[in-house]
Design a binder for this molecule. Structure first.
Ligand SMILES: [Zn+2]
Length: 210
């Protein structure tokens, strides 16, 4: 049994969505300065690093993070490797060999190599899902969709893909690092912070080989 930590390391060096505040860790007390303990204050958007999007992110009356059924985020998952794709479209998915009855699906693309290389500057040319890919996944009964960059949708067209997926009750995981993982079946454990009423939350995500 092999365990893969597919989470990004959260630090001020991690790229954030353009316009979002930077990730900041500020010492409140420091042993090196004579204090009894090291204590850090952190400041960041809920959509940093590896995180989930709750339906509330794009739907005014959608469920918030604390209302998501954790059973969705734990269980059998399929990692699909699409190394040569610039946009994940419905046609790409129709041609891909996604096992029948797949309920959790993670997309490994060329984005993951950026994380492996220590990527620190936001890029707009990441691989993401088009609206018709989102419709295809809804039609297949997928319940969890994970991607290896900071948005499930293309940079210049973020609304339709999010609305289709979140509107169908699909939980979206963004900011995965799948560089060390091969295509295939695993067990997923993705546990978001239990934040009350928020539209997203940072998460630790792990795959266990079967
Ligand atoms: Zn997000």
């Amino acid at each position: 049994m092999h365990t893969y930590d597919i989470s990004l390391t959260v630090s001020p060096a991690l790229p954030v969505w353009p316009g979002d505040p930077p990730i900041e860790f500020t010492p409140l007390s420091q042993i090196a300065k004579g204090d009894d303990a090291n204590v850090t204050h952190m400041s960041m958007c809920v959509h940093v690093g590896t995180h989930i999007d709750a339906p509330l992110h794009f739907l005014a009356d959608g469920r918030a993070v604390h209302e998501i059924d954790l059973r969705l985020l734990m269980g059998r998952v399929f990692v699909l490797n699409l190394p040569d794709v610039d946009v994940i479209t419905g046609d790409v998915l129709r041609e891909a060999e996604i096992p029948p009855r797949t309920r959790r699906l993670l997309f490994k693309t060329r984005n993951s190599a950026w994380w492996a290389a220590g990527h620190t500057t936001f890029r707009e040319d990441y691989v993401a899902l088009s609206a018709d890919a989102a419709e295809y996944l809804v039609g297949r009964g997928v319940k969890v969709v994970g991607v290896d960059y900071l948005s499930v949708a293309p940079f210049h067209d973020t609304v339709p893909t999010h609305r289709i997926l979140l509107g169908a009750g699909i939980v979206v995981i963004e900011g995965l690092n799948l560089s060390a993982v091969s295509e295939g079946r695993y067990t997923l454990y993705c546990l978001p912070l239990k934040l009350l009423g928020t539209d997203g939350a940072p998460a630790r995500a792990v795959l266990v080989g079967v």
